[in-house]
Design a protein around this ligand. Structure first.
Ligand code: ZN
Length: 265
């Protein structure tokens, strides 16, 4: 992980005042989950299961994969369709670059999804509040940027719950979306709330270069309607590239939406 932060972990107990808190809420969560599952299975679902190339295998069952394939084929046949993509940013919030990115997105009316690292939140609380206020979606990228697939389940849930508790404390909202670090998820993991793993299908490997044009080119070459683009708001070059990507794709008729909008279309 490059998004290191030397700050001490400020441990906070999970809040229990949210919508999905407490024992009774387990039932609410369960209903929510199965309701969502039904929606996903019956609608044009193109989110987490659309992974190209040699990326980590997507979560979800074969039926959902089939639905996704049909939805995508159908989508391509519609000439009048509004083209949409989701920009996702991992490893933040960063005290400077994330704010610069938020400014650029606001100016352009573009929405994004931020998968934040829990330990980067203390000291950057205003950035998290701003993401929420400006209509972006906040997702979970674990507290210490850990590989969930190789962890003990209790420890893995702790990593996710601690981060979600911080987000809930600042926004009053629960987040169901998790981007597992390194793209490695444990599909058998069951924590105290619903989690929807979100991978990606456009990866410019922005962390390997500080050349803005290279990052922009890699994304533009690979992006098509319905894609989820992976970037990191922890690097100046990635943030500058993201703004250029928004300008270029908007001029091609693309709309930038949050991941949940793309999945629940
Ligand atoms: Zn990461």
């Amino acid at each position: 992980m490059r998004a290191e932060d030397a700050r001490d972990d400020k441990k906070r107990g999970p809040e229990r005042n949210g919508l999905f808190a407490g024992f009774g809420a387990r039932i609410v969560r369960s209903l929510f989950f199965w309701g969502l599952a039904a929606i996903l299975a019956s609608s044009a679902y193109t989110g987490i299961v659309k992974i190209r190339g040699n990326r980590a295998r997507p979560e979800g069952d074969g039926a959902l994969l089939e639905v996704a394939a049909q939805a995508k084929t159908k989508g391509r046949g519609q000439a009048q369709e509004q083209k949409r993509v989701a920009l996702t940013f991992d490893d933040g919030p960063h005290p400077y670059y994330t704010e610069e990115l938020l400014d650029g997105l606001k100016e352009r009316g573009a929405k994004a999804t931020f998968f934040v690292i829990g330990k980067n939140i203390p000291g950057n609380e205003d950035v998290i509040r701003r993401m929420d206020e400006e209509g972006h979606l906040i997702g979970n990228h674990t507290y210490d940027h850990v590989k969930i697939s190789g962890m003990d389940k209790t420890a893995a849930c702790e990593q996710i719950e601690k981060t979600s508790a911080l987000i809930r404390e600042l926004t009053g909202k629960d987040t169901e979306f998790v981007r597992p670090p390194f793209g490695e998820w444990n599909k058998d993991l069951e924590c105290s709330f619903v989690m929807i793993p979100v991978l990606w299908n456009v990866d410019p490997k922005d962390w390997t270069t500080n050349n803005v044009s290279d990052i922009v080119r890699r994304v533009l070459e690979d992006t098509e309607n319905g894609d989820i683009i992976l970037l990191h708001d922890y690097y100046k070059s990635s943030v500058r590239a993201a703004i250029e990507i928004v300008d270029k794709l908007q001029s091609q008729g693309y709309e930038f939406v949050t991941v949940d909008e793309l999945i629940l279309e």
